[in-house]
Design a protein around this ligand. Structure first.
Ligand SMILES: Nc1ncnc2c1ncn2[C@@H]1O[C@H](COP(=O)(O)OP(=O)(O)OP(=O)(O)O)[C@@H](O)[C@H]1O
Ligand SMILES: [Mg+2]
Length: 237
């Protein structure tokens, strides 16, 4: 552990910046000087206008992309400059990521989509299907394990995607507008799952446009124009 590190911090972003480049010359700064520490067991919502940089930030947090400057410590280890392979390894071990558009593989059944991350994890082959069925059943999809994604409703697909995110038992769950494509009943179902995960001690970070979704979180970060303009703990301001 590095000196001065807060042992309860799971995520420490210091002076994080992200720019895209158009051609060789033109820099488009998207995130500027993001400083954010997330403690173990927090439930954080990230809100802000379209184009503010929320997805860019989530992709960095979720080890799907790297910052162009600054430091990102995940569980005390620097990940800002890891190679693609090491980044993918870290992501698979520590983070479950849920996307707005589910990102299920269309030719695999619900169970096989959930089995996929276990192939790169450390679950014995003979245990994989059992574990996938268990977790799908827990999320109310026991009758649907052998359905293909196009045979499932949006809410059911998102629950499969959540099962896939949880199957390697990551300590951190991240989600970018997980209810963005769902009706209000499915939104409530999905948010009840996130609440239960929070109660069980997981750290959760989620981007949303919806106030009632953000209301489930216990800390609220507002991103405007690539920087954090507000960061409050407790109920929604
Ligand atoms: N690959 C890229 N190349 C160039 N610019 C990009 C790229 N990806 C994102 N951007 C720009 O970065 C800015 C932030 O995008 P981002 O997707 O992070 O916003 P967001 O806050 O998630 O918005 P939304 O609420 O609409 O999802 C936008 O202006 C976008 O055009
Ligand atoms: Mg976005």
């Amino acid at each position: 552990m590095s000196p001065g590190r807060n042992p309860d911090a799971v995520i420490e972003l210091t002076h994080i910046g992200k720019s895209y480049y158009i051609g060789r010359q033109q820099e488009v700064p998207v995130l500027t000087d993001i400083n954010l520490t997330v403690m173990k067991g927090e439930f954080v919502s990230i809100m802000g206008p379209s184009g503010a940089g929320k997805s860019t930030l989530m992709n960095i947090l979720g080890c799907l992309d790297r910052p162009t400057k600054g430091s990102y410590k995940l569980d005390g280890s620097e990940v800002a400059n890891l190679s693609d392979d090491k980044l993918a390894y870290t992501r698979n071990r520590k983070i479950g990521f849920v996307f707005q558009s589910f990102n299920l593989l269309p030719r695999l059944s619900a169970a096989d989509n959930v089995i996929l991350p276990m192939i790169y994890g450390n679950v014995y082959k003979s245990d994989r299907r059992k574990r996938a069925v268990e977790i799908l059943t827990h999320l109310g999809l026991g009758e649907r394990v052998d359905h293909m994604p196009n045979e499932l409703s949006g809410g059911q697909r998102q629950r499969v995607a959540i099962a896939r995110a949880l199957v390697n038992d990551p300590a951190i769950i991240m989600a970018d507008e997980p209810t963005g494509n769902l009706d209000s009943k499915s939104t409530t179902d999905v948010m009840e799952i996130f609440s239960e995960l929070y109660q069980s001690g997981k750290t959760i970070i989620l981007v949303t446009h919806e106030l009632d979704v953000a209301g489930y979180a216990t800390r609220h970060v507002i991103l405007s124009d690539g920087h954090i303009s507000k960061d409050v703990r407790g109920p929604l301001p």
